[in-house]
Write a protein of this length. Structure first.
Length: 63
């Protein structure tokens, strides 16, 4: 991503340290993929656990 993002996830520094670039999702920089093999990531999630950063989801305050 070449343009500067206006918001980043609280986990952004961790994502980049693990080898992910940040892509735009609802105006927030979010990890989409890492430098590891996608099949290895899939297997790791199926055999153990995974975490998905949902920070960019829009929040609406209803009164």
């Amino acid at each position: 991503m070449t343009e500067e993002l206006s918001r980043t996830s609280a986990l952004a520094s961790r994502h980049t340290a693990l080898g992910s670039g940040l892509e735009d999702w609802n105006g927030m920089g979010t990890a989409w993929e890492y430098s590891t093999d996608a099949c290895d990531e899939h297997d790791a999630i199926r055999e153990a656990a995974g975490l998905f950063d949902m920070s960019p989801l829009k929040k609406v305050r209803v009164r």
